[in-house]
Design a protein around this ligand. Structure first.
Ligand code: CA
Length: 359
């Protein structure tokens, strides 16, 4: 930003002045660049907040200190779900969150995190990096002055904690469940009631019967929430989030202003965060699941096949309806479904028979 336009913006009053000052990444006299990053995660949240902090650390290391990033957890600088606006407006230079939180900005954003019965982590990476996924994501995000990068994946999540046994699709009728996004829309189609609550209220709501069920992430995070103390059944798989991608969002002006070597550093650190997070989830969930299986008070189940088939049909209707209501989402969904079909056909002969053998 040149001096004249800076002064012009700075003349707009205090709020505008501070926004303008942040709009241009702080380039110090030494040529060093300082960025700020906001996240949607609570301070210290393992695997998620730590991924954002590691990303910042790696950028500092790889750039030899030429680009440093100060990380703020959810609520420290902006509210957890204020990440998108803060990055879009240039209040900060980057953020770590999940794209499906921004469905209200553009419906298409949902496809870049996860859709019910969509691609797993391996499939999402293949679609994003080697299919049209990231290109489409960049297109959608550019409208909001944002450059997106995959920067983490949860792997297959769990289906959730239930205080009611699920034997058939009709058991979802009247079920009060905390399940956000497209998964929630599928639950509604199955006759359930979606209850959206802040993280801090889920435990007591389950305990008091305000909720019959809740999904969260996977055993590693779920145990920390204490759901094993207030729910009887733990169902898998997380059909609604089979491989949720976490997002690094970068303010487009800040990204474009970087020299090409620092752009490469940011991209490489994001890719490393993507690999590390999935690896950590797989390792930690494996350990945590052992603990859950040893608990006498919890029954670990998989949803019956007919239930999953029923949910899959409802999910297809939900996703199609969501895509039809929006031309950009329609374009993204068409590409996603084509990719998924090929991935699924390949998996019939590779992953599927293999997992049937080892699981
Ligand atoms: Ca979840």
């Amino acid at each position: 930003m040149d001096r004249r336009s800076f002064l012009k913006k700075a003349g707009l009053g205090m709020a505008a002045a501070s926004a303008a000052a942040l709009d241009a990444p702080a380039v110090l006299a030494s040529g060093k660049i300082k960025w700020r990053m906001v996240t949607s995660w609570p301070p210290g949240m393992p695997i998620l907040q730590t991924a954002a902090e590691n990303f910042a650390k790696w950028v500092g290391e790889m750039s030899g200190g030429r680009l440093t990033i100060q990380v703020f957890a959810g609520g420290e600088l902006v509210p957890p779900l204020g990440v998108f606006d803060a990055v879009s407006r240039g209040m900060v230079q980057c953020g770590h969150s999940a794209s499906y939180y921004w469905a209200g900005k553009a419906k298409a954003f949902q496809w870049f995190t996860s859709v019910p019965f969509g691609l797993n982590a391996q499939g999402m990476n293949a679609w994003l990096y080697k299919g049209n996924g990231l290109k489409l994501w960049e297109e959608v995000a550019a409208e909001f002055n944002i450059v997106p990068r995959p920067a983490g994946n949860t792997g297959v999540q769990m289906g959730g904690w239930f205080n009611r046994e699920i034997k058939s699709l009709s058991d979802f009728k009247g079920l009060k469940m905390r399940i956000p996004g497209l998964g929630g829309k599928v639950l509604s189609r199955a006759g359930g009631t979606v209850v959206l609550l802040p993280a801090g209220e889920i435990y007591t709501s389950l305990e008091r019967g305000v909720l019959d069920a809740t999904e969260w992430v996977g055993p590693a995070h779920d145990l920390r929430m204490g759901f094993q103390k207030v729910a009887k059944y733990y169902y898998g798989p997380g059909w609604h989030e089979p491989g949720s991608v976490l997002e690094l969002s970068i303010n487009k002006k800040a990204y474009d202003a970087l020299p090409s070597d620092l752009k490469a550093v940011v991209d490489a650190a994001a890719a490393r965060a993507n690999v590390e997070m999935l690896s950590e989830f797989e390792a930690e969930n494996g350990k945590a699941m052992q603990q859950v299986l040893a608990m006498k008070s919890v029954q670990v189940r998989t949803f019956p096949k007919e239930v999953l088939q029923g949910l899959k049909k409802l999910a297809e209707e939900t996703v199609a309806a969501e895509a039809e209501s929006d031309s950009v989402a329609m374009k993204v969904n068409r590409d996603f479904q084509e990719f998924k079909k090929r991935a699924g056909e390949w998996a019939q002969f590779s992953e599927r028979p293999y997992y049937e053998l080892i699981a």
